[in-house]
Design a protein. Sequence first.
Lengths: 448, 313
Amino acid sequence: MAFDSLTDKLQNVFKKLKSKGRLTEEDVHIAVKDVKMALLEADVNFRVVKQFVKQVEERAVGQDVMNGLNPGQMVIKIVNEELTALMGSDTTEIKFEPGKAITVIMMCGLQGAGKTTTTAKLAGTLKKKGKKSLLVACDVYRPAAVKQLMVCGEKVGVEVFERGLDVKPSEIATEAYEYALKNNFNVVILDTAGRLHVDEDMMNELAEIKDKLNVHQTLLVVDAMTGQDAVNVSGEFNEKVGLDGVILTKLDGDSRGGAALSIKAVTGLPILYVGMGEKLEDLEQFYPERMASRILGMGDVLSLIEKAQNAIDIDEEKEREMASRMKKGKFDYNDYLESMKQMRKMGGLSSMLSMLPGLGLNVKSSDLEGAVDEKQLARTEAIVLSMTKAERENPKLMNPSRKHRIARGAGVDIADVNRFIKQFEQTQKMMKQMKGMMGKKGRFRMPF
Amino acid sequence: MANFFAKLKQGLSKTRSNIVDSIESVFTSHDKIDDDFYEELEEILVMGDVGIHATEEILDELKLAVKKRECRRPDECREYLIDVIKEKMRVTESDYEFLDKPSVVMVIGVNGVGKTTTIGKLAHIYRNKGKSVLIAAADTFRAAASEQLEIWAERAGVDMIGANDGADPSSVIYDAVNAARSRHVDVLLCDTAGRLHNKKNLMNELEKMNRIIDKNYPGVKRENLIVLDATTGQNALNQAREFGEVAPLSGIVLTKMDGTAKGGIAIAIQSELGIPVKFIGVGEGIDDLQEFDSDTFVNALFDVKMEEEDAFA
């Protein structure tokens, strides 16, 4: 059993939420509980989650529920906004020294975070930007670490500076700097040994490098799979060594990467790059908003919310009009066309159904695939478009000769036209029956 | 085991000033068993990476025990809690049979968890028991992986079979298995390349290696150890599940337990998948691999950092 996705879980919760208009304390409380679980499952630090959830709750209670969303989705919308705000909205780049001055970058982190690989990846990325980097092997402890850096350096075509295992890392670093000065390098990247944040001696070693050499950027390399301890690790490194940024590795795995949020919340440091694979070109720019939806584990619902927002902003007027027409029991082909257009804006019916946890559907979204035929919809649209204006406004005009003309115009069989018209008439009938049932704020939905 | 505890303490004592000593404080700082008390326990467990699901499971069991035995004071239910967790973490004598019988041990896991180091330490354990050991260097992917392993093999004083970088790892396994049989070594330790569990091809490769051992060395005691980094969060559960699919797991090695990470995810894994933790890595030295002890583990889990309520600014 895998943990149910948040989407699945919320689908159940939403069914229970009935309130319209404003988010009540109860709505928020129910939805937020699941959000809390999702964040914890994503490895966001417990205390960060607690604080964050409190913030969301305060903001959400009493908020108007946007048209097109249900209360649960509205909460998610707020959660996402807060999360994105917390992650920061801008991508951040490494700050380089002006002109030809050398920028010294020091990589540090726990054992196995991926420092050596990332060091080489970074050099490769900078090379593409026209910078000449020198890699420096300061890991004199782990067996074969120097060799690993040399192999990786060779692969990306970047020179590696090494002094074997018997020279102190701070001395290797300063010597490398001298060498870089003489040989016109723009960037010096120090690959240091993996170390525990609680190991005083090893932490002092990093501080010593910074004492002896002017390090411009100290970057912490963190495994995206890190759990609750990410807060301790980044906090300690920041306090004892001083950090300027973070690189998140192994994001090509299936971890939700909540550590990114914890680190950001605790240290305020920007995340500069993410490692997406073992190939040396797999270092990518970090996009905070993508991370936010990954942590939440419900990018699907989020994009629905976004689409609903766009569609509704434009069409609110039209929709109100349609709703009032429907209440009067009037429903013609123009309305049909309009409702189809709206659906398109939301990414087509099947994508919408699969995204929508709140339609009150008892089926899983995967079961719906194939149930709705997009091609069929396009054909239906062609039929309506082949009608004259008069026919669209007054469905009663329809007769066999008109139907034949429509079939030819739409390029479909007469039987298709007949079937569609019959369906439409049924829908119309249903609308009339619903007339009395619809509330004041009742919204139009196609009864498929 | 005292040795391990000392090591663990030593690691922790580095941040001594922040740590209020142990499990006791949790149970003595509350007057009664109420929501606050449970909430604090929840916080400790979740912060230890136990995961929200396993945490709720543990607390539910605890609540049940408290009710059944009409326990009223927090310090009384301390034992129950420890029992509940220990029950989940049980390791039996037979779990270590592979240390004494002729066996093939395959060490697997995602990148950077400490597989190669673990192999080195395991080789040392076997050597101390007077066993003959052969190592298969089947990580032909990562730069300098076999050099790293060779250094460990030298330290432990054992032989290694390897290949050039980029060679087919299955062929290394095949050669090593045949060599192990013909040389009558007591144990063959197979190092494998780190791979993320959602990479289909790499997982297929691992499945193949596992099959080759089964096919070419029938009857030998098989042990597939997954190495998990104690700093890893909830994703480790996915890792164990996926790796278990391609190579049935018989145990967990929890590495990097000398930091501040508690490795609580192991509880979730054992309670859900039934894979016991067999070893714990507590340092970079060759003898820093210890057999698992649930008492120490649970105690360390509750060695809580009690300061800064507002880590979140």
